[in-house]
Every structure is written in C-alpha cells, then in structure tokens.
Design a protein around this ligand. Structure first.
Ligand code: ATP
Ligand code: MG
Length: 576
C-alpha cells in the first residue's frame, strides 16, 4: 500500500517539507479515504470512533497519536467518539489511572460523547459466551497452561485439539458455571472459542475467552471472578457502542480475523470494522507503559509527571502546550509504515508554539557577580525592552544598577579567539544596555572566578556604537543584583542519551542520560516578574523556553526548561 507520507526523521528537512505541505492542504490519509468510501457507499451513516486505553498506567505521547486520530475524525466528519476504558485486567488497573486518563484527554482539547467501561458489559459478554457454548462454539478446557502452550503448535506446525474440545454442551455449561462461581482456582481451566487448531494464524487456534482471576476489580469489585480476554471483549464492546471505525495499531492486524469471528459468533446486529495504523515510535525515549512504570517505581525519575517523561502529564508539567502536541501528531501523519520519528520533530513543535506566545525576559541561571566600577553607587538607569519581538505586547521596564549578575558560562578566564563573550580585558554588550569591559577578575582559592570588576561605556546605551569605536560582537544577558528576583530553574534534557534505548546491549536503563536534570537553585529573573503561577511561560533570552512548575510558591518561582532555543542535539549527532 502506498501510504508512505511519513516525514523523514531528519528533523530540519522534514519540518520544512511538512510546513509546505500544510500550506498546500494536506492530502487525506488512508483512513480518511476509507471513511469517505464507507460514507459514500452507505456502509455507515455516521463516523463513530473510540479511544480505548487500558487504565494500567498514565497516557504517553504514543497515546496522543491515537487520541488525535480518533477525536480528529469526530470533528472532521461531524461524528462521535467514545472514551472507553478497556478494563479487563483487574490486577494492573487503578482508579488513579482512570482519573489521569480523563484529565489528559480533556487537557489535549477533546471531548468524548460517552465515557464507557468494558466492565459494564461483563453481564452481556457472559450471556453471549453462554449462547456460544450452547451453539457448540466454545468449551471449557482443563489443560494446564504448559499443556495449552504445547498443544498450540508453532508458526510452522499446526496445533493439536485439546482433549476437552468435544465436551458436551451440558458439561460445558456446568463447568463454566463453576468457573463463574469461584469453584476453580486461577489457572485450572479456561473458556476457549472452538475455531481451528490448524489455522495458519495462531490467534485463531482456539483462543481463550475467559480466565479465572480472584482479584477485586476497580469497578465491579468482587462481583466477578472470571474475566473476558481483550480479543473477545474489544470487538463486542465496539459493536455494543455502535462504533464504526475501530482504529488500532499494526500489531493487531493478525487479530482482525478473530475480531470478525467473534462478531459473527455473537450474531451482533452492528458490525464495526477494525483498521490498523503504525504506532508512534520516537528516538531517545521508551514508550511502553511497562517500561515507564519501571522508571517510576525504581526511582530513575521522580514521578509519572516528571518533566523528562513523555507521559502527557510529564509533558504538561514540562511546559508542552496541547496545541503543540496536536500539531506534532498532525505532522507525523497516519500511515501503515513503521518508522522512528526524531525527538527534534517534537521539540520543534513546542518551540514553534512557544515562540509565538511566550513573553521574553532575562534570567541568569548560574550567576557570576559583576561590579561596574565606574558606575555611580546610587545611580539607576531605566531600561526597557519589548515583551515580544513580533507581537505588540508592549514594553517591560527594569533598572540597570552598579551590581549585576551574568551567566558563569558567559565568562572564560582564557577564552579562545572565537569566544565572543567576556574574558579578561575583553568587551561585551549587555543586552538592552551598555558595552562593558572586564578589567579585573576576583577568584576564590581554587581559581574559580567569583566576581568581575568591569567598566562601562556610557555612550553605548541601547545598542549604540559611538563613532570610532569597533562594534562589539558579543551580546549577553544580565540582571540587576539589586532588583532581580531569586528563582529556581530546573534544566531538563533528554532522559536517554541513546537514540534507541530499548536496543542497547545492557538494557534501556544503561542508557539513561546522567545529565538529564540539573537544578539551578540560585538563579535570578529580571525585575517585574511578579505573581508567577504554575504553567506561566517565558522565553529566557538566549537560554530557551521555561514554564513555571507546580512547585512554584508565592515566595519563589520554580521554572522548568521546556525546550532550548535551538536544536542542541543536532550538533551533537553531526559531531559524532
Ligand atoms: P503500551 O504498549 O504503552 O502499554 P498499549 O497499547 O498497551 O500501550 P492501551 O492503553 O491499550 O496501551 O492503548 C490505548 C490505545 O492507544 C490503543 O488503541 C493503542 O493502539 C494506542 N496506542 C498505544 N501506544 C501507541 C503508540 N505508540 N502509537 C499510537 N497509538 C498507540
Ligand atoms: Mg494494552
């Protein structure tokens, strides 16, 4: 199938292509084309999709792709979308996850038509199972799990029929009743569909429909001790809800014949149709809930919403906007071809959105004190700068004073020629203010610079280069020591240094980036940034986009670095 409209993983080029194609109106993807046909041929009258998470973890950026697809089709076709919790594994599912999933879907900007639970169909599913037993389409199998595996055959060899396959309908009804009443322990027996043990598709070799699980369920409590399997539950739930297009990821393609078989076996009146698309894979991260749980439980990250996690809640805390995530999902497109999207593409999406909306401020994350020796002690000079360079948001005002802070990284004792910032005897421009020259460096006992004595050139204020003076190349940011406000800045970087952590020889945990989190507890922000609330976002000039963390208090704002101004990893990979 020719669905290869995925943008290339090469970030820069891919983004330009995607932008152009957006302007030219994006061609429809294969699912939209299919829907067009289904509506035209009157196969369905209205598009009805669902997003079906299992509430066994927090949603991640991969789920966002599925959410944007399902809810996107609802708005494009004036259809409907359900949020369905696929809650058939009571051991791993929790109310906490249900709540977080609802919050995340809403935050992404979507509204569901109905909130559904597979567990609310348990009685219906049970009644259908009874009817299948009565029609000779299902049987209770007492083989051990080991025997069941052995009898299943392999990809190249057919399986063998279970010795329990030909039990009478009466016996099956009695045995299933016993399973339901808790008379059998877990693993003793299962209900299986009677299909074909020689089917080339292994999913059709008498799949399990029900197993015993003596675990309380978050919704149904101890009402049931048998639980239906995913394959049996999913298609029937789709049918009960009137879903037309049941969209899932490619690994379910082999399950489609079973999906259809159960619909026929259940003699449903409404037939939904399953269509598969490629899952989202991103480099420099792991996406399966199993691994995300491990990161949290073993303390490699601080929590589910750790800003380094690509969970929706982590991304929200980091400062991603719903719009940036939706734009990203739109750009990567819907195809049937598996590939790996570059993290740069995701970072580009948030950078682009924040560049539009974030006001500019100066902040110093690792302060080095500067004293302007020829600036009068009590003088203060008013400085103003635009809040946003491209938007008419007005000016911000702050003071230039005798004592300032600059970034430690903007000074070097022995700088190379190309270092256009400050060094002994060198000149630099302080953004929006004056050119200064470093006359003296005060160092601690280890030789670390702790203060710079500088002189300023009065005539250079506001970007002026007086006649006869050589233009100063470097411009650095600064804050007034007297008026700047203390803040904490948390610098986050990619959690994994390895582009494909799962493929790493020593396991994905061996590739954790030790520098993925740096706390700058003595940072400062320019005068005038008051009443910061979690979620407030600024561009700190020259440093990146920063978003206030929920740890922010009225006394001290805490900012997370959402994304750098430029793609710093592009340089790293081209150097390697
Ligand atoms: P995981 O493998 O992370 O545990 P899952 O597929 O088991 O994910 P579910 O809660 O069952 O998670 O998924 C809900 C929906 O989200 C499913 O339709 C699933 O196909 C989709 N989905 C999950 N991960 C991705 C992904 N990486 N890309 C696109 N869709 C995804
Ligand atoms: Mg799953």
């Amino acid at each position: 199938m020719d669905q290869n409209c995925d943008i290339p993983t090469d970030s820069g080029k891919g983004i330009r292509m995607a932008e152009n194609s957006e302007k030219m109106e994006k061609p429809k993807h294969f699912i939209q084309l299919k829907i067009d046909k289904d509506l035209e041929t009157k196969k369905y009258d209205q598009v009805y999709t669902r997003f079906p998470p299992e509430p066994n973890g927090y949603l991640h950026i991969g789920h966002a792709k599925s959410i944007c697809l399902n809810f996107g089709l609802k708005s494009q076709y004036n259809g409907k979308t359900n949020l369905r919790f696929d809650d058939t594994n009571p051991e791993t599912e929790k109310q906490e996850y249900i709540d977080s999933i609802k919050e995340d879907v809403k935050w992404l900007g979507f509204e569901w038509d109905q909130e559904c639970y597979s567990s609310s169909y348990f009685q219906k599913l049970y009644d259908i199972a009874i009817s299948m037993i009565e029609r000779g389409m299902a049987y209770v199998c007492h083989m051990t799990p080991e025997q069941t595996k052995e009898y299943r055959g392999t990809l190249t060899e057919p399986g063998k029929n279970s010795p329990f396959r030909d039990r009478s309908v009466e016996e099956n009804l009695v045995e299933f009743e016993k399973m339901k009443n808790g008379e059998y322990n877990e693993g003793v027996c299962v209900l299986r569909a009677k299909i074909d043990m020689a089917a080339p598709n292994m999913n059709m070799r008498d799949p399990i429909m029900y197993r015993v699980k003596k675990t309380a369920h978050p919704k149904t409590g101890t009402e049931w001790c048998i639980y239906p399997m995913y394959d049996y539950t999913h298609g029937l739930s789709d049918s009960f809800e009137g879903i037309t297009h049941s969209l899932c990821t490619l690994e379910f393609a082999d399950h489609r014949p079973l999906y259809d078989w159960y619909l026929k076996a259940a003699e449903v009146s409404h037939f939904p149709e399953q269509t598969e698309f490629s899952r989202l894979n991103l480099d420099h991260t792991v996406m399966s809930k199993r691994r995300l749980i491990q990161l949290v439980e073993e303390g490699h990250v601080d929590s589910w919403d750790d800003p380094r996690m690509l969970t929706i809640s982590g991304m929200r805390r980091r400062g991603f906007t719903p719009k940036s995530i939706r734009n990203f999902c739109d750009r990567i497109g819907i195809t049937k071809k598996d590939n790996i999207i570059s993290m740069s593409t995701l970072e580009h999406a948030i950078r682009e959105d924040l560049d539009e909306i974030a006001e500019r401020r100066m902040a110093v994350t690792n302060p080095l004190k500067v004293t302007i020796t020829n600036f009068p002690e009590d003088e203060e000079v008013d400085v103003s700068a635009p809040k946003h360079p491209k938007k008419d948001l007005g000016e911000r005002n702050f003071k230039f004073t005798k004592e300032l802070y600059i970034e430690h990284d903007d000074f070097m004792m022995d700088p190379p020629k190309k270092f256009f910032r400050l060094g002994p005897g060198r000149m630099v421009r302080l953004r929006n203010a004056y050119v200064i020259q470093c006359d003296e460096v005060i160092q601690d006992e280890n030789g670390k610079p702790i203060e710079l004595k500088c002189s300023y050139i009065k005539e250079t204020f506001g970007g002026v280069t007086p006649e006869g003076m050589k233009k100063v190349k470097g411009i650095i940011h600064w804050v007034s020591a007297k008026y700047a406000k203390p803040i904490e800045v948390r610098i986050y970087d990619r959690l994994f240094a390895h582009p494909n952590p799962v493929a790493a020889e020593d396991g994905f945990l061996s590739t954790l980036n030790p520098e993925s989190k740096q706390l700058m507890r003595t940072a400062f922000i320019e005068q005038g940034v008051d009443g910061v609330k979690p979620g407030d976002c600024y561009q700190f000039e020259r440093l990146g986009f920063f978003t206030a963390d929920p740890d922010t208090t009225p006394e001290k704002a805490v900012f997370n670095r959402t994304v750098t101004l430029k793609d710093t990893w592009a340089k790293v990979s081209s150097r390697n």
